[in-house]
Design a protein around this ligand. Structure first.
Ligand SMILES: NC(=O)c1ccc[n+]([C@@H]2O[C@H](COP(=O)([O-])OP(=O)(O)OC[C@H]3O[C@@H](n4cnc5c(N)ncnc54)[C@H](OP(=O)(O)O)[C@@H]3O)[C@@H](O)[C@H]2O)c1
Length: 428
């Protein structure tokens, strides 16, 4: 029986989880793969910390792991871009297969590292980088490989979904729920990567590359997080039949122009994604042959993430796929990123207006000048002269036209800016 020798970089939540998993699942792995996986060296930052592994296995010298001639596989679980980038690159240059859970690294350097892996005829696998327990990468590469993928809508950041779910269910404000999420370990001490949408964007970039072969830079796509979400908007949205989620949207009708964005989105309450609550993730995929499919599960945590890392080790052992199964892109078929200004969407618009006759008519005139129609209105009653919220749902509009209209509306004398804008997805 073959024994695969692994060097492991990082022994935190996922690294220690992998160690424990390989110890407790030795028999299962022998049966399933006819192979054994042996971790021989582990790199950490603080070698003095008690870890329950033999001390001679530990090192702080990351690059020695990548150059070690005895290791066949390097598992990178330190996170961040450097030194992870240099580590993975060096490991591939030294003929190792690499498994990583690092979405930030892949979003920034995935194209170059996958090309290097292909050149070296080695695997670079990253199932754990998107949606933890949901095998979405393998699903797209294998199970759905014969489909034209028309759209992916993902709730792929558990922290944001936890915050939005509790705000909605318990009518709590953002700051209260964020503090609670930190206390429970669902949010990092520095929450920015999650709540500002960057973590979701990294995963969206990986999915777009996987499906359409288009690698984009994080700063090329529209990213809006959940920091400014007011529970008032969740309440008005609920009255209109919608629920609010942070959604990654990756879609293309023809594979030639790809729309990739991350923003708070109103979803119809009847849609399956609307019932994904708490730290759970879900990915809704529309393929030309399968129609709609939903994948649901835990997005993070030691066990779910380890399950994905171990599945990549098994894939290497089975050697079922060549190194890269991303689409082959040439100058002739390279897709284009659709600019946000060209995106068509419905919008929820909340304005603070002085309650007086003719207000709605003036707003409607501006919208109609930009050929934007109104589909619903909520106008709570106030006393003349009071500032009251006015909520409009508008029909499909082009982002550039809508933003022009929004600016004109915000400049009206009876409006108190800023207008609150949330995009709506109807999944028709
Ligand atoms: N946690 C999850 O649920 C989850 C889910 C999906 C994906 N991921 C991804 O998995 C990766 C690991 O996440 P994690 O939560 O396990 O992180 P973590 O708990 O912070 O652990 C990081 C580990 O890497 C080590 N490390 C960091 N920088 C190092 C350096 N320069 N040299 C040597 N060792 C270094 C740390 O050493 P010390 O122990 O000495 O500090 C620690 O053992 C990240 O890319 C993350 O995005 C995590």
């Amino acid at each position: 029986m073959k024994t695969w020798t692994i060097n492991l970089a990082g022994f935190g939540t996922v690294g220690a989880g992998l160690w424990n998993h390989l110890q407790s699942h030795t028999d299962l792995l022998r049966q399933r793969v006819q192979a054994e996986f042996k971790i021989q060296k582990i790199a950490v930052r603080d070698i003095a910390k008690a870890r329950g592994v033999p001390s001679e296995m530990l090192t702080t010298d990351l690059l020695s792991l990548a150059k070690d001639p005895r290791a066949e596989i390097l598992v990178e679980l330190i996170g961040g871009i450097e030194p992870a980038y240099t580590l993975v690159k060096t490991a591939l240059q030294n003929g190792k297969h690499v498994v990583t859970a690092n979405k930030a690294l892949l979003a920034a350097h995935g194209q170059e590292l996958l090309a290097l892996a292909a050149k070296q005829n080695r695997h670079l696998l990253f199932e754990a980088s998107v949606a933890g327990a949901i095998p979405i990468i393998k699903t797209l590469r294998e199970g759905l490989a014969a489909n034209k993928i028309l759209s992916i809508h993902g709730i792929i950041n558990g922290t944001c979904n936890y915050i939005l779910s509790r705000m909605e269910a318990e009518r709590l404000d953002y700051a209260t729920v964020l503090a609670e999420a930190k206390r429970l370990g669902y949010a990092e001490a520095d929450e920015a990567l999650d709540v500002d949408g960057h973590d979701t964007a990294h995963k969206a970039i990986i999915l777009a590359a996987l499906v359409y072969g288009l690698w984009v830079d994080e700063n090329q796509i529209y990213i809006e997080g959940i920091r400014k979400i007011d529970r008032l908007d969740q309440e008005f949205a609920a009255r209109l039949g919608y629920t609010l989620k942070l959604i990654a949207i990756i879609q293309s009708a023809d594979g030639k122009e790809v729309d990739i964005r991350v923003h708070p989105t109103l979803l119809p309450q009847r849609h399956v994604l609307a019932s994904v609550h708490g730290v759970f993730n879900a990915v809704a995929i529309r393929g030309d042959a399968i129609g709609d499919a939903l994948f649901y599960g835990r997005g993070a945590g030691a066990l779910p993430t380890t399950s994905a890392v171990a599945a990549d080790l098994i894939e290497i052992a089975r050697n079922v796929l060549p190194t890269s199964s991303l689409p082959i892109i040439t100058a002739d078929n390279a897709p284009r990123l659709k600019p946000i200004a060209e995106v068509l969407s419905r919008y929820y618009l909340r304005l603070n207006v002085v309650d007086r006759p003719g207000v709605l008519a003036q707003i409607a005139t501006i919208l109609s000048k930009h050929t934007i129609g109104i589909s619903s209105v909520i106008q709570p009653e106030g006393h003349p002269g009071d500032v009251v919220p006015l909520i409009l749902m508008v029909h499909d509009a082009r982002e550039s036209a809508f933003q022009e209209a929004r600016k004109e509306i915000e400049a009206l004398p009876f409006i108190s800016p800023p207008a609150i804008v949330i995009r709506v997805e109807d999944f028709v």
